[in-house]
Design a protein around this ligand. Structure first.
Ligand code: MEV
Length: 438
């Protein structure tokens, strides 16, 4: 069967499924059944999901779990987390519980500025362009009124507009560089709408600028888009406690433990191979909450990792140190996120997560997300410098292995009991089931 198709997006959902299962699957009926078994039984709910994107065939489930006991700036939260990695939520819960009796987490938003740019080419001399810009700056700003008036009423809007000469990088390349505040919205639509309107105005004004009339080619806009690099949209989360109270359990020595934690962070500060994994652990917490609250995890990931290399070398996002016998750990990350718009009202589980968090504003959500990242980092380093991660990880992964091996409910129950005292591996679980069957 020919695997190319014209006009796929115009087919009905049923036609799409029929075509795709026939063209790509050995058993079209079974493939069809797999898709429909993941539909929501409530057709209205299913329709909401169908309409999120084009060519939706079914839903793709990820678990939504919660981690309780997060004391943040004196208030206790239960955090919703969407993640498939088995040990992440347990780790978050452990870190939350540990810090809840040691003063909790502190978090502060350092700033909330976002960036957008109009990239354009201009062949004339830069003084000519600068004077054109000075003369027309207020008209350029006014071209966004349709969108920014509304945003200003909500406490946001355009904060600055600058002309930047980039001709040293690429001949004739200039930018209009804009900084925005977007209140409780992530602001992508607002920023991009402002930029596109302003870009049209820029070309329109340049076309009638007498000083430009001798140029062979008028000013030419290449593109207008927000930047996901947001080093001025920052939040910091931190914890601290006297090292005398900083015990890893089972009679461990607080000072040794604290020093090892600090060393682990130092290694990640200096060694990029380690830094990437260190930061991946942070993003386990960040992404899980970003997904649960319907925010754009790709934007957050891109911005966070760019920020981790802001000084020219990729480094750890968190820091840890001991000062006057007190252990400190902190995390500063850029987070351009929102609590209105996007999926927040549309996706029932996002709405549920927002209610669980008591409908935070964007700044409060930034704080909670940064705390989730710090908690995850703390929990990962704790395991790494004590027992190693495999023990806890494989314990949590046990159910996945049992399910893969087709264990029944009684076997699962017995296995969970048995592996409290034994090391989990695919082989040991296989052996356990074999012994059981024989
Ligand atoms: C696994 O998902 C995350 C860790 O590798 C993070 C780290 O090494 O810090 C445990």
């Amino acid at each position: 069967m020919d695997k190319r198709i014209e006009g796929f997006s115009k087919l009905t959902k049923k036609e799409k499924i029929d075509w795709i299962t026939k063209a790509h699957f050995k058993n079209p009926e079974a493939a069809n059944q797999s898709l429909s078994s993941y539909w929501n039984t409530n057709p209205e709910l299913q329709k909401i999901h169908d309409e999120f994107t084009e060519n939706t065939l079914t839903n793709f489930y990820l678990p939504l779990g919660v981690a309780p006991n997060f004391l943040i700036n004196g208030k206790t939260y239960t955090i919703p987390m969407v993640i498939e990695e088995s040990s992440v939520i347990a780790a978050a819960g452990n870190a939350a519980k540990f810090w809840s009796t040691r003063g909790g987490f502190h978090a502060e938003v350092l700033d909330t500025i976002k960036v957008g740019q109009i990239h354009f080419l201009f062949e004339g001399n830069s003084d000519l362009l600068r004077s054109f810009f000075r003369k027309n700056k207020s008209l350029l700003l006014a071209s966004t009124d349709e969108f920014s008036k509304n945003m200003q009423a909500r406490g946001g809007g355009i904060i600055s507009l600058e002309l930047i000469d980039k001709t040293e990088l690429i001949p004739t390349y200039f930018q209009l560089h804009l900084r925005f505040k977007t209140a409780n919205a992530m602001g992508a639509n607002f920023i991009n709408s402002c930029l596109e309107n302003m870009a049209s105005k820029l070309e329109e004004l340049a076309a009638i600028e007498i000083g430009f009339s001798k140029l062979k080619k008028p000013l030419e806009v290449i593109m207008s888009i927000l930047s996901n690099y947001v080093p001025e949209c920052l939040v910091r989360a931190s914890v601290q406690c006297p090292i005398s109270n900083f015990t890893p359990g089972k009679g461990g020595n607080g000072k040794d433990f604290a020093q090892k934690m600090v060393q682990a962070v130092q290694i990640a500060k200096h060694e990029p191979y380690r830094a990437v994994t260190h930061n991946k652990g942070i993003m386990n917490g960040v992404d899980a909450l970003i997904l649960a609250t319907g925010n754009d995890f790709r934007a957050v990931e891109a911005g966070v990792h760019a920020y981790a290399s802001k000084n020219g070398q990729y480094t750890a996002l968190s820091d840890a140190y001991i000062k006057e016998e007190v252990f400190h750990m902190e995390l500063t990350i850029p987070l351009a996120i929102g609590t209105v718009g996007g999926l927040t009202k549309l996706h029932p589980m996002v709405n549920w997560s927002m209610e669980l968090l008591e409908y935070p504003d964007a700044e409060t959500l930034m704080k909670i997300v940064a705390v989730a990242g710090l908690a995850q980092n703390f929990a990962a380093l704790w395991s790494l410098v004590t027992s190693g991660i495999q023990k806890g990880h494989m314990k949590m992964h046990l159910l996945n292995i049992l399910n893969q091996m087709g264990a029944n409910e009684t076997q699962k129950k017995e296995a969970i009991h048995h592996f409290k005292e034994h090391t989990v591996s695919a082989q040991s679980v296989g052996q356990f089931l074999k012994n059981w069957k024989s």
